[in-house]
Ligand binder design. Sequence first.
Ligand code: ZN
Ligand code: ZN
Length: 409
Amino acid sequence: MSSKRDYYEVLGVARTATDDELKKAYRALARKLHPDVNREPDAEARFKDLSEAYEVLSNAQKRQIYDRHGHQGLRAGGGGGGPTGAEGFPFGDIGDILESFFGGGVPGGRPGATRGADLRTQLELTFEEAVFGCEKELELPRWENCLICDGSGAEPGKPPTRCTSCNGSGEVRRVQQSLFGQFVNVTPCDRCRGAGQVVTHRCVECNGRGSVRKTRRLTVTVPAGVDNEMEIRLNGQGEGGERGGPSGNLYVRLQVNPHPRLKRDGADIICELPLNVAQAALGAEVMIPTLAGDESFRVPAGTQHGHEFRLRDRGAPRLQRSGRGQLRVVTKVEVPTTLTEKQRALFTSLGETFAPPPAAGPPPTPDPVTDGETSAQSADTADGRKGKSRKGKGIIDKVRDALGIDGDD
Ligand SMILES: [Zn+2]
Ligand SMILES: [Zn+2]
Protein backbone atom coordinates (compact mmCIF):
# COMPACT_ATOMS: atom_id res chain seq x y z
CA MET A 1 0.00 0.00 0.00
CA SER A 2 3.05 2.21 -0.29
CA SER A 3 1.69 3.39 -3.64
CA LYS A 4 -1.06 5.29 -1.82
CA ARG A 5 -1.32 8.82 -3.13
CA ASP A 6 -0.86 11.84 -0.95
CA TYR A 7 -4.24 13.03 0.32
CA TYR A 8 -3.57 16.67 -0.50
CA GLU A 9 -2.60 15.66 -4.00
CA VAL A 10 -5.79 13.63 -4.39
CA LEU A 11 -7.86 16.65 -3.46
CA GLY A 12 -5.64 19.02 -5.41
CA VAL A 13 -5.18 21.46 -2.57
CA ALA A 14 -2.20 22.97 -0.74
CA ARG A 15 -1.10 21.55 2.60
CA THR A 16 -2.25 24.78 4.17
CA ALA A 17 -5.79 24.54 2.78
CA THR A 18 -8.57 25.68 5.09
CA ASP A 19 -11.57 23.51 5.89
CA ASP A 20 -13.65 25.50 3.43
CA GLU A 21 -11.15 25.04 0.64
CA LEU A 22 -11.08 21.31 1.35
CA LYS A 23 -14.83 21.07 1.22
CA LYS A 24 -15.00 23.01 -2.04
CA ALA A 25 -12.32 20.88 -3.67
CA TYR A 26 -14.01 17.71 -2.48
CA ARG A 27 -17.44 18.71 -3.77
CA ALA A 28 -16.11 19.71 -7.15
CA LEU A 29 -14.17 16.46 -7.60
CA ALA A 30 -16.93 14.29 -6.18
CA ARG A 31 -19.36 15.67 -8.75
CA LYS A 32 -16.89 14.85 -11.50
CA LEU A 33 -15.87 11.38 -10.26
CA HIS A 34 -19.06 9.99 -8.75
CA PRO A 35 -19.61 6.61 -10.46
CA ASP A 36 -23.17 7.55 -11.23
CA VAL A 37 -21.94 10.37 -13.42
CA ASN A 38 -18.55 9.22 -14.53
CA ARG A 39 -18.58 6.02 -16.56
CA GLU A 40 -14.81 5.71 -16.83
CA PRO A 41 -13.59 2.34 -15.51
CA ASP A 42 -11.41 3.78 -12.77
CA ALA A 43 -13.97 6.33 -11.62
CA GLU A 44 -15.11 4.27 -8.68
CA ALA A 45 -11.59 3.67 -7.41
CA ARG A 46 -10.71 7.34 -7.77
CA PHE A 47 -13.90 8.35 -6.06
CA LYS A 48 -13.06 6.07 -3.16
CA ASP A 49 -9.58 7.58 -2.85
CA LEU A 50 -11.10 11.03 -2.95
CA SER A 51 -13.62 10.24 -0.24
CA GLU A 52 -10.94 8.70 1.93
CA ALA A 53 -8.68 11.73 1.52
CA TYR A 54 -11.49 14.08 2.42
CA GLU A 55 -12.59 11.99 5.37
CA VAL A 56 -9.12 12.26 6.87
CA LEU A 57 -8.31 15.87 6.07
CA SER A 58 -11.71 17.18 7.16
CA ASN A 59 -11.14 15.73 10.62
CA ALA A 60 -8.76 17.96 12.55
CA GLN A 61 -7.37 15.15 14.65
CA LYS A 62 -6.83 12.74 11.76
CA ARG A 63 -5.36 15.53 9.64
CA GLN A 64 -2.82 16.25 12.34
CA ILE A 65 -1.81 12.60 12.54
CA TYR A 66 -1.55 12.42 8.76
CA ASP A 67 0.53 15.61 8.58
CA ARG A 68 3.01 14.21 11.06
CA HIS A 69 3.14 10.54 10.22
CA GLY A 70 1.51 10.10 6.81
CA HIS A 71 -0.58 7.06 5.87
CA GLN A 72 1.44 4.93 8.26
CA GLY A 73 0.36 7.00 11.25
CA LEU A 74 -3.32 6.60 10.46
CA ARG A 75 -3.00 2.90 10.07
CA ALA A 76 -1.18 2.56 13.37
CA GLY A 77 -3.38 5.04 15.20
CA GLY A 78 -6.30 2.97 14.12
CA GLY A 79 -9.63 4.22 12.92
CA GLY A 80 -11.20 1.50 15.02
CA GLY A 81 -8.98 -1.21 13.58
CA GLY A 82 -10.03 -4.67 12.60
CA PRO A 83 -11.19 -5.89 9.26
CA THR A 84 -14.14 -3.75 8.25
CA GLY A 85 -14.27 -4.90 4.67
CA ALA A 86 -14.18 -2.59 1.65
CA GLU A 87 -10.81 -1.42 2.97
CA GLY A 88 -12.38 0.60 5.73
CA PHE A 89 -14.24 2.70 3.24
CA PRO A 90 -15.11 5.83 5.16
CA PHE A 91 -18.69 6.59 5.98
CA GLY A 92 -19.83 9.41 8.18
CA ASP A 93 -19.56 13.05 7.26
CA ILE A 94 -19.24 12.27 3.60
CA GLY A 95 -22.66 10.68 3.53
CA ASP A 96 -24.19 14.00 4.56
CA ILE A 97 -22.47 15.92 1.82
CA LEU A 98 -23.26 13.37 -0.86
CA GLU A 99 -26.84 13.30 0.17
CA SER A 100 -27.12 16.95 -0.65
CA PHE A 101 -26.42 16.38 -4.31
CA PHE A 102 -26.75 12.69 -5.06
CA GLY A 103 -29.66 11.71 -2.90
CA GLY A 104 -27.71 9.58 -0.49
CA GLY A 105 -25.83 6.35 -0.70
CA VAL A 106 -22.09 6.07 -0.74
CA PRO A 107 -20.96 3.76 -3.50
CA GLY A 108 -18.31 1.29 -2.51
CA GLY A 109 -17.79 -2.43 -2.77
CA ARG A 110 -20.31 -4.44 -4.72
CA PRO A 111 -23.78 -3.08 -5.22
CA GLY A 112 -26.20 -4.45 -2.67
CA ALA A 113 -23.41 -5.34 -0.25
CA THR A 114 -24.74 -5.48 3.29
CA ARG A 115 -23.06 -6.02 6.62
CA GLY A 116 -23.71 -9.37 8.29
CA ALA A 117 -25.85 -9.52 11.41
CA ASP A 118 -24.32 -9.54 14.89
CA LEU A 119 -24.41 -12.83 16.72
CA ARG A 120 -24.79 -13.49 20.43
CA THR A 121 -23.78 -16.52 22.37
CA GLN A 122 -23.10 -17.58 25.94
CA LEU A 123 -19.97 -18.98 27.47
CA GLU A 124 -19.91 -20.83 30.75
CA LEU A 125 -16.88 -20.33 32.98
CA THR A 126 -15.82 -21.73 36.30
CA PHE A 127 -15.16 -19.30 39.13
CA GLU A 128 -11.42 -19.78 38.70
CA GLU A 129 -11.51 -19.35 34.90
CA ALA A 130 -13.16 -15.97 35.35
CA VAL A 131 -10.66 -14.91 38.00
CA PHE A 132 -7.49 -16.03 36.25
CA GLY A 133 -8.58 -15.79 32.61
CA CYS A 134 -8.51 -18.65 30.11
CA GLU A 135 -8.82 -19.69 26.52
CA LYS A 136 -12.11 -21.32 25.64
CA GLU A 137 -13.24 -23.13 22.54
CA LEU A 138 -16.63 -22.22 21.19
CA GLU A 139 -18.76 -23.91 18.53
CA LEU A 140 -20.65 -21.39 16.50
CA PRO A 141 -23.06 -22.06 13.66
CA ARG A 142 -23.19 -19.09 11.31
CA TRP A 143 -23.65 -18.03 7.68
CA GLU A 144 -20.41 -17.51 5.83
CA ASN A 145 -19.59 -16.25 2.38
CA CYS A 146 -19.76 -19.13 -0.13
CA LEU A 147 -16.21 -19.76 -1.29
CA ILE A 148 -17.27 -21.52 -4.49
CA CYS A 149 -19.10 -18.52 -5.94
CA ASP A 150 -17.43 -15.87 -3.77
CA GLY A 151 -20.79 -14.76 -2.47
CA SER A 152 -22.30 -14.04 -5.87
CA GLY A 153 -24.68 -16.99 -5.77
CA ALA A 154 -23.88 -17.83 -9.39
CA GLU A 155 -22.34 -21.05 -10.70
CA PRO A 156 -18.63 -20.48 -11.43
CA GLY A 157 -18.15 -19.78 -15.14
CA LYS A 158 -21.77 -18.64 -15.44
CA PRO A 159 -21.50 -15.18 -13.99
CA PRO A 160 -24.63 -13.26 -13.10
CA THR A 161 -25.91 -10.96 -15.78
CA ARG A 162 -26.58 -7.29 -15.43
CA CYS A 163 -30.09 -6.54 -14.20
CA THR A 164 -32.07 -4.96 -16.99
CA SER A 165 -34.50 -3.14 -14.71
CA CYS A 166 -31.91 -0.97 -13.04
CA ASN A 167 -29.18 -1.34 -15.63
CA GLY A 168 -26.87 -2.82 -13.03
CA SER A 169 -26.92 -0.01 -10.50
CA GLY A 170 -29.14 -1.88 -8.06
CA GLU A 171 -31.08 1.31 -7.52
CA VAL A 172 -34.02 3.00 -9.11
CA ARG A 173 -33.74 6.79 -9.21
CA ARG A 174 -36.53 9.24 -9.53
CA VAL A 175 -36.05 12.98 -9.76
CA GLN A 176 -38.50 14.84 -7.57
CA GLN A 177 -39.34 18.49 -7.26
CA SER A 178 -39.71 20.03 -3.86
CA LEU A 179 -39.87 23.45 -2.29
CA PHE A 180 -36.13 23.36 -1.86
CA GLY A 181 -35.43 22.42 -5.43
CA GLN A 182 -34.83 19.25 -7.32
CA PHE A 183 -33.62 16.14 -5.57
CA VAL A 184 -33.11 12.50 -6.44
CA ASN A 185 -35.03 9.79 -4.66
CA VAL A 186 -33.27 6.43 -4.69
CA THR A 187 -34.84 3.06 -3.88
CA PRO A 188 -33.34 -0.44 -4.23
CA CYS A 189 -34.28 -2.23 -7.44
CA ASP A 190 -37.12 -4.75 -6.94
CA ARG A 191 -36.00 -7.21 -9.59
CA CYS A 192 -32.43 -7.80 -8.38
CA ARG A 193 -33.07 -6.71 -4.77
CA GLY A 194 -30.34 -4.12 -4.99
CA ALA A 195 -27.67 -6.47 -6.30
CA GLY A 196 -27.58 -4.96 -9.78
CA GLN A 197 -27.19 -8.46 -11.16
CA VAL A 198 -29.42 -11.42 -11.77
CA VAL A 199 -28.22 -14.99 -11.30
CA THR A 200 -29.13 -17.23 -14.23
CA HIS A 201 -27.34 -20.40 -13.04
CA ARG A 202 -27.43 -20.86 -9.29
CA CYS A 203 -24.30 -21.95 -7.46
CA VAL A 204 -24.81 -25.57 -6.43
CA GLU A 205 -22.85 -25.20 -3.21
CA CYS A 206 -25.02 -22.46 -1.72
CA ASN A 207 -28.11 -22.85 -3.89
CA GLY A 208 -27.73 -19.26 -5.07
CA ARG A 209 -27.81 -17.73 -1.63
CA GLY A 210 -24.18 -16.62 -1.78
CA SER A 211 -23.59 -17.88 1.74
CA VAL A 212 -23.44 -21.25 3.44
CA ARG A 213 -24.21 -22.43 6.95
CA LYS A 214 -21.00 -23.47 8.73
CA THR A 215 -20.21 -24.49 12.25
CA ARG A 216 -16.97 -22.84 13.32
CA ARG A 217 -14.72 -23.60 16.24
CA LEU A 218 -13.50 -20.34 17.70
CA THR A 219 -11.00 -19.75 20.45
CA VAL A 220 -12.08 -17.03 22.84
CA THR A 221 -9.44 -15.43 25.00
CA VAL A 222 -11.04 -14.56 28.32
CA PRO A 223 -9.00 -11.93 30.18
CA ALA A 224 -8.30 -12.35 33.90
CA GLY A 225 -10.75 -10.63 36.23
CA VAL A 226 -13.94 -10.91 34.18
CA ASP A 227 -17.20 -11.34 36.02
CA ASN A 228 -20.63 -12.84 35.52
CA GLU A 229 -22.81 -11.20 32.82
CA MET A 230 -19.90 -9.43 31.15
CA GLU A 231 -19.70 -9.47 27.38
CA ILE A 232 -16.72 -10.01 25.10
CA ARG A 233 -16.91 -8.64 21.57
CA LEU A 234 -15.19 -10.46 18.73
CA ASN A 235 -15.02 -8.14 15.74
CA GLY A 236 -16.01 -9.65 12.41
CA GLN A 237 -16.99 -13.05 13.86
CA GLY A 238 -20.73 -12.64 13.38
CA GLU A 239 -22.75 -13.60 10.30
CA GLY A 240 -20.98 -13.07 6.99
CA GLY A 241 -22.02 -10.03 4.96
CA GLU A 242 -24.01 -10.38 1.78
CA ARG A 243 -22.41 -9.81 -1.62
CA GLY A 244 -19.02 -8.97 -0.22
CA GLY A 245 -20.26 -6.85 2.71
CA PRO A 246 -18.34 -7.02 6.00
CA SER A 247 -19.20 -9.59 8.67
CA GLY A 248 -21.08 -8.66 11.83
CA ASN A 249 -19.64 -8.98 15.32
CA LEU A 250 -19.96 -11.78 17.82
CA TYR A 251 -20.93 -10.93 21.39
CA VAL A 252 -20.07 -13.57 23.97
CA ARG A 253 -21.91 -13.23 27.26
CA LEU A 254 -20.12 -14.82 30.20
CA GLN A 255 -21.85 -17.01 32.72
CA VAL A 256 -19.67 -17.61 35.73
CA ASN A 257 -20.58 -20.60 37.86
CA PRO A 258 -20.58 -19.97 41.61
CA HIS A 259 -17.82 -21.30 43.86
CA PRO A 260 -18.93 -23.42 46.80
CA ARG A 261 -17.10 -21.25 49.35
CA LEU A 262 -15.89 -18.08 47.66
CA LYS A 263 -17.83 -15.08 46.40
CA ARG A 264 -16.86 -12.19 44.14
CA ASP A 265 -17.32 -8.49 44.82
CA GLY A 266 -15.59 -6.88 41.87
CA ALA A 267 -11.93 -7.72 42.33
CA ASP A 268 -12.45 -8.67 45.98
CA ILE A 269 -12.94 -12.27 46.99
CA ILE A 270 -15.09 -12.93 50.03
CA CYS A 271 -15.19 -16.04 52.15
CA GLU A 272 -17.15 -16.84 55.26
CA LEU A 273 -15.29 -18.22 58.25
CA PRO A 274 -17.44 -20.16 60.73
CA LEU A 275 -16.09 -20.06 64.32
CA ASN A 276 -17.45 -21.68 67.42
CA VAL A 277 -17.81 -19.65 70.58
CA ALA A 278 -14.59 -21.00 72.06
CA GLN A 279 -12.55 -20.24 68.96
CA ALA A 280 -13.92 -16.69 68.85
CA ALA A 281 -13.18 -16.07 72.53
CA LEU A 282 -9.81 -17.80 72.79
CA GLY A 283 -8.46 -17.35 69.26
CA ALA A 284 -7.58 -20.29 67.05
CA GLU A 285 -5.59 -21.61 64.13
CA VAL A 286 -8.14 -22.36 61.37
CA MET A 287 -8.21 -23.16 57.66
CA ILE A 288 -9.58 -20.61 55.20
CA PRO A 289 -10.42 -21.10 51.50
CA THR A 290 -8.37 -18.91 49.14
CA LEU A 291 -7.88 -18.73 45.39
CA ALA A 292 -4.73 -20.78 45.91
CA GLY A 293 -6.52 -23.46 47.95
CA ASP A 294 -7.01 -23.87 51.70
CA GLU A 295 -4.56 -22.05 53.95
CA SER A 296 -4.11 -21.86 57.67
CA PHE A 297 -5.12 -18.60 59.28
CA ARG A 298 -4.65 -17.27 62.82
CA VAL A 299 -7.80 -15.86 64.43
CA PRO A 300 -6.93 -13.65 67.42
CA ALA A 301 -8.64 -14.02 70.81
CA GLY A 302 -11.80 -11.98 71.24
CA THR A 303 -12.84 -12.06 67.58
CA GLN A 304 -16.37 -10.78 67.08
CA HIS A 305 -19.09 -12.13 64.85
CA GLY A 306 -19.18 -10.42 61.45
CA HIS A 307 -15.62 -9.19 61.72
CA GLU A 308 -13.83 -8.82 58.41
CA PHE A 309 -10.16 -9.68 58.03
CA ARG A 310 -8.71 -8.12 54.89
CA LEU A 311 -5.79 -9.75 53.11
CA ARG A 312 -4.32 -7.36 50.57
CA ASP A 313 -3.53 -8.51 47.02
CA ARG A 314 -5.11 -11.89 47.63
CA GLY A 315 -8.24 -11.16 45.57
CA ALA A 316 -8.88 -11.41 41.82
CA PRO A 317 -6.75 -9.53 39.28
CA ARG A 318 -8.31 -6.20 38.37
CA LEU A 319 -9.76 -6.36 34.86
CA GLN A 320 -7.60 -4.40 32.41
CA ARG A 321 -5.67 -2.80 35.26
CA SER A 322 -2.74 -3.86 37.36
CA GLY A 323 -2.92 -5.23 40.87
CA ARG A 324 -5.40 -7.44 42.63
CA GLY A 325 -8.30 -7.00 45.00
CA GLN A 326 -8.46 -8.16 48.61
CA LEU A 327 -9.41 -11.44 50.16
CA ARG A 328 -12.05 -10.59 52.74
CA VAL A 329 -12.56 -13.19 55.46
CA VAL A 330 -15.84 -12.59 57.30
CA THR A 331 -16.36 -14.36 60.61
CA LYS A 332 -19.56 -16.15 61.50
CA VAL A 333 -19.64 -17.03 65.19
CA GLU A 334 -21.95 -19.98 65.68
CA VAL A 335 -23.75 -20.23 68.98
CA PRO A 336 -24.59 -23.88 69.67
CA THR A 337 -28.27 -24.73 69.47
CA THR A 338 -27.98 -28.09 71.22
CA LEU A 339 -25.66 -28.78 74.14
CA THR A 340 -24.36 -31.96 75.64
CA GLU A 341 -24.68 -32.47 79.36
CA LYS A 342 -21.05 -31.55 79.83
CA GLN A 343 -21.28 -28.40 77.67
CA ARG A 344 -24.36 -27.24 79.52
CA ALA A 345 -22.52 -27.60 82.83
CA LEU A 346 -19.51 -25.72 81.46
CA PHE A 347 -21.62 -22.90 80.03
CA THR A 348 -23.47 -22.63 83.30
CA SER A 349 -20.33 -22.23 85.33
CA LEU A 350 -18.93 -19.94 82.63
CA GLY A 351 -22.04 -17.80 82.86
CA GLU A 352 -21.60 -17.42 86.62
CA THR A 353 -18.17 -15.91 86.07
CA PHE A 354 -19.58 -13.02 84.06
CA ALA A 355 -20.70 -10.00 86.04
CA PRO A 356 -24.48 -9.41 85.92
CA PRO A 357 -25.39 -6.75 83.36
CA PRO A 358 -25.87 -3.17 84.67
CA ALA A 359 -29.47 -2.48 85.71
CA ALA A 360 -31.07 -0.41 82.92
CA GLY A 361 -28.38 1.69 81.36
CA PRO A 362 -27.40 1.65 77.72
CA PRO A 363 -26.75 -1.88 76.53
CA PRO A 364 -23.16 -3.07 76.45
CA THR A 365 -21.48 -3.54 73.08
CA PRO A 366 -24.41 -4.25 70.80
CA ASP A 367 -24.65 -7.59 69.10
CA PRO A 368 -22.90 -7.10 65.77
CA VAL A 369 -25.48 -9.15 63.86
CA THR A 370 -28.13 -6.56 64.48
CA ASP A 371 -25.61 -3.76 64.74
CA GLY A 372 -26.56 -2.30 61.38
CA GLU A 373 -30.25 -2.23 62.19
CA THR A 374 -30.08 -0.91 65.70
CA SER A 375 -27.70 1.87 64.88
CA ALA A 376 -29.78 2.89 61.90
CA GLN A 377 -32.83 2.96 64.11
CA SER A 378 -31.20 4.84 66.93
CA ALA A 379 -29.81 7.34 64.44
CA ASP A 380 -33.36 7.93 63.34
CA THR A 381 -34.72 8.32 66.82
CA ALA A 382 -31.79 10.11 68.44
CA ASP A 383 -32.68 13.46 66.95
CA GLY A 384 -35.89 12.49 65.20
CA ARG A 385 -38.22 13.40 67.99
CA LYS A 386 -40.81 11.10 66.62
CA GLY A 387 -39.52 7.62 67.09
CA LYS A 388 -40.76 4.48 65.46
CA SER A 389 -44.04 5.67 63.98
CA ARG A 390 -42.13 8.19 61.85
CA LYS A 391 -39.26 5.89 61.06
CA GLY A 392 -39.71 6.19 57.30
CA LYS A 393 -39.36 9.95 57.45
CA GLY A 394 -36.26 9.96 59.59
CA ILE A 395 -33.94 11.00 56.79
CA ILE A 396 -36.25 13.66 55.45
CA ASP A 397 -36.60 15.06 58.95
CA LYS A 398 -32.84 15.14 59.30
CA VAL A 399 -32.43 16.97 56.01
CA ARG A 400 -35.07 19.44 57.13
CA ASP A 401 -33.22 19.96 60.38
CA ALA A 402 -29.95 20.44 58.56
CA LEU A 403 -31.51 23.01 56.23
CA GLY A 404 -33.45 24.67 59.04
CA ILE A 405 -36.84 23.91 57.48
CA ASP A 406 -39.79 23.27 59.79
CA GLY A 407 -41.75 20.11 59.21
CA ASP A 408 -45.12 21.28 57.94
CA ASP A 409 -47.03 18.15 56.98
ZN1 ZN B 1 -22.14 -20.34 -3.84
ZN1 ZN C 1 -31.97 -4.38 -10.72
